[in-house]
Design a protein around this ligand. Structure first.
Ligand SMILES: Nc1nc2c(ncn2[C@@H]2O[C@H](COP(=O)(O)OP(=O)(O)OP(=O)(O)O)[C@@H](O)[C@H]2O)c(=O)[nH]1
Ligand SMILES: [Mg+2]
Length: 245
């Protein structure tokens, strides 16, 4: 995006206040590269922090309303006696999700991105400095509801979990491939609504496999609890338990 006029077309000429003319194409590519380069450096720093403390960091990504916070509420409540949990919440505005997480008794930090549509590694670094998560814990990062931009930003997480709910349509993996390509687990949520919507589980999985053949799927309903056991099993398999001497 041109910082002079705020336009976002890629290649055009027009007069600017100081009367210069230019093509925007090169500038856009350069700015994007710089932003992602800096983000990737900070993401590696976060990853080192997580590795050194044996913190399992998971980045939850989805469209708005797929059920990220509901999944967390249920998980934090059901597994509170088994793990130490921390949550970082990303939303454009409000602390509504952080309030919901706080009600489960879990330590939570809310990041408001304002005009921004995704979390980045620097925001996570900053939140970690205040939160100081304990060793051998699990950190959930709930990204801003958006199936596009968060895919580009590595936060230093161990795994990226994409959530799609059955009310969104089974073609989403084809239309927003980056998110499915960069995730390792795909949770298909709200299966209690399957009788009422036109959504094919098989098609959704087939489309997602077209962009990421390695993707693992768990079908569940945060409302009824069906399938939650599989999610908990997946989580337990990801936690590294240090050997005791
Ligand atoms: N029927 C049904 N509703 C669900 C389920 N999971 C979540 N919901 C509902 O879906 C709505 C959105 O859920 P949230 O957990 O707030 O979704 P979110 O992904 O955190 O939303 P954002 O943070 O705004 O992106 C709420 O009304 C939930 O009660 C489910 O499994 N079945
Ligand atoms: Mg939420």
């Amino acid at each position: 995006m041109c910082s002079t006029c705020g336009c976002n077309t890629t290649d055009h000429e027009h007069p600017h206040p100081d009367d210069h003319h230019h093509s925007h194409e090169k500038k856009i590519v350069q700015v994007e590269k710089d932003v992602l380069y800096e983000n990737n450096l900070l993401a590696q720093r976060n990853r080192g922090y997580f590795d050194a403390r044996n913190i399992l960091a998971l980045n939850l990504v989805s469209s708005p309303g797929s059920g990220k916070t509901t999944l967390l509420e249920r998980t934090l409540t059901d597994l509170k006696n088994e793990f130490f949990f921390y949550v970082i919440e990303g939303d454009q505005q409000t602390s509504r999700d952080a309030d919901r997480i706080h009600a489960t008794g879990t330590k939570v930090a809310q990041i408001n991105t304002g005009k921004g549509c995704h979390l980045d590694a620097h925001m996570i670094l900053h939140a970690l400095q205040g939160m100081k998560p304990a060793e051998n814990s699990i950190l959930f990062i709930e990204n801003v509801g958006n199936l596009v931009c968060p895919a580009m930003f590595d936060l230093g997480e161990k795994e990226r979990v994409v959530i799609i709910s059955v009310t969104e349509g089974d073609d989403k993996p084809l239309k927003y491939p980056d998110m499915f390509h960069t995730s390792t687990l795909c949770i298909i949520n709200k299966i209690d609504l399957l009788p009422y919507v036109s959504f094919s589980l098989e098609k959704a999985k087939e489309y997602a496999r077209q962009v990421n053949p390695e993707l693992v799927f768990i079908e569940l309903s945060c409302t009824t609890g069906e399938g939650m056991a599989q999610w908990y099993q997946w989580l337990k398999e990801k936690v590294f338990v240090p050997a005791t001497v």
